[in-house]
Each structure stands twice: as structure tokens, then as C-alpha cells.
Design a protein around this ligand. Structure first.
Ligand code: 13P
Length: 253
């Protein structure tokens, strides 16, 4: 009932020529891909191109990597949820650890951003996860539970309108992924917290992804776990053939 998802987070990578080439390769190689929903989240500057190039029914969805919580106003440098909606975004990544740590985004701001995304009819991909020090201190579960409680506070969300990505900070861009057992343990805890905060329906329908050094040679083991519904992929999503290989494995569950 939860359609597996392969979400590509391109971060601050690619210009328009590289993107055009990626999309051409992707569409050729993935023409028969079904069974997984693929979402591409490029930098803001490339969204209009994706909207134009991905108009066909079999094409992946696309989304933003962040947005501001107000719809418009004097917020220099920010991009709002309705602006992303206008560019055809179905998803918006919210609360990525790079934004929490480098840009100092707070749990309260993330909560406001989630509300803005939902208000404009898009699905947020909320990122949560602990640092290495927090894991070594045996605090990983409580840290993530605390993020969920603060980020999801007073959220009016219907089943199917939320995606969560568990991304341990120490696994991002390091080549060291979480073990499938550790990822499953955390993701099962996230699902049970959703049950407590909302209800069974929301817990059972929310896709919970794993992110952090996902590649085509480690995703199968992660996907074999019952609560892991797909992946949020950074570096390995930048080449079309790599993303397609990962998406095929995700589609096969
Ligand atoms: P990597 O796949 O490059 O480790 O990045 C993961 C990530 O941060 C996706 O949001």
C-alpha cells in the first residue's frame, strides 16, 4: 500500500546543460521503470526546466530542497511554497541536516515550513537524524523522537501527505551507510511515534525513507527491511544510470 520511493537530492549541483543531458539519459533508461515513484529535487534554478522536460505521464515527479514559511514579502533570498507549486513541484524536502547544521534552521522553523508546504497542496519530505556523537551517546532514538515531536507539532496532515527521511548525519556523503538493522530499528520507531502523535492510518500510509551513502550495492539490503520504503539519495543520484539502477532495486522492494 506504500508505493516505494526513490528521491534524488541533487543539493547544490548541476547546471542546465548537465541537467538536460541527465534527463535525456534518465528518460531513455527508465522508460519501462514502474513500481517505484521517482522524485528529482534539483536546485531552484532548474525547476522550470524540469517542469518543461518532464511533462510526459511516465516521467518522475520533482520537488524543491527547501522553502520559506511565508507566501511572499520582504524575505530576501527566500523562495515560498506557492512559488514551488507554480513550478509543478509535488514534493519539498524540509529540515535536511545540511540546513539544520550549516544554516542553523530550528525545529520551530521546520514546523512552520511543513505547514506552508501542506497548505499549498504539496507533500513535504521531512528529514530527521542524529549526529555521530549523539549515536555514540546512545541518544539517537531520543534525538529523532524529539525532532519529530517538535517538527510535526499541530500539523494537519492527511494519510499519504507526508514522507519522512531518516538520514543519520554521520552517513551523509561519507560512504558509510547505517546498517540495515539500525535503519530498520530507527524507522520502526519513527512509524510508532507517528501512530502516537496521529493515528494508525497516518503511521501506516507514511513512506519512511533511508538516506545516507545509498548506492546500488547497498540499497537491496535496506529495502529488505519491512519499514523502509525507499531512499533519499544524494551523490549517487547525480548520474542517470546510477539513479535508475537504484530506483529499479527500490521498485522490486
Ligand atoms: P549522500 O547520498 O550523498 O550520502 O547524501 C544523502 C543525503 O543527504 C540526501 O538528502
Amino acid at each position: 500500500m506504500r508505493k516505494p520511493m526513490a528521491a534524488a537530492n541533487w543539493k547544490m549541483n548541476k547546471n542546465s546543460e548537465e541537467t538536460r543531458q541527465f534527463l535525456q539519459e534518465y528518460m531513455t533508461q527508465a522508460s519501462d521503470l514502474s513500481g517505484a515513484e521517482v522524485v528529482i529535487c534539483p536546485p531552484f534554478t532548474l525547476l522550470a526546466m524540469l517542469q518543461q522536460e518532464l511533462a510526459s505521464p511516465n516521467a518522475p515527479a520533482w520537488g524543491g530542497q527547501n522553502c520559506f514559511w511565508e507566501d511572499k514579502g520582504a524575505y530576501t533570498g527566500e523562495v515560498s511554497a506557492p512559488m514551488l507549486k507554480e513550478l509543478g513541484c509535488s514534493y519539498v524536502i524540509i529540515g535536511h541536516s545540511e540546513r539544520r547544521i550549516i544554516m542553523g534552521e530550528t525545529d520551530g522553523q521546520i514546523n512552520q515550513k511543513l505547514k506552508a508546504v501542506l497548505n499549498h497542496g504539496m507533500v513535504p519530505i521531512l528529514c530527521v537524524g542524529e549526529t555521530l556523537q549523539q549515536r555514540e551517546n546512545n541518544a539517537a532514538l531520543s534525538i529523532v523522537k524529539n525532532q519529530l515531536d517538535k517538527n510535526l507539532k499541530d500539523l494537519a496532515v492527511q494519510p499519504g501527505q507526508l514522507v519522512i527521511a531518516y538520514e543519520p548525519v554521520w552517513a551523509i556523503g561519507t560512504g558509510v551507510n547505517a546498517s540495515s538493522d539500525d535503519a530498520q530499528e530507527m524507522i520502526a520507531c519513527i512509524r510508532s511515534r507517528l501512530r502516537e502523535l496521529f493515528n494508525d492510518d497516518l503511521a501506516n500510509s507514511t513512506r519512511i525513507l533511508y538516506g545516507g551513502s545509498v548506492r546500488d550495492d547497498n540499497i537491496a539490503e535496506l529495502m529488505a527491511k519491512p519499514d523502509i520504503d525507499g531512499a533519499l539519495i544524494g551523490g549517487a543520484s547525480l548520474e542517470a544510470d546510477s539513479l535508475v539502477r537504484i530506483a529499479r532495486i527500490i521498485a522490486n522492494g
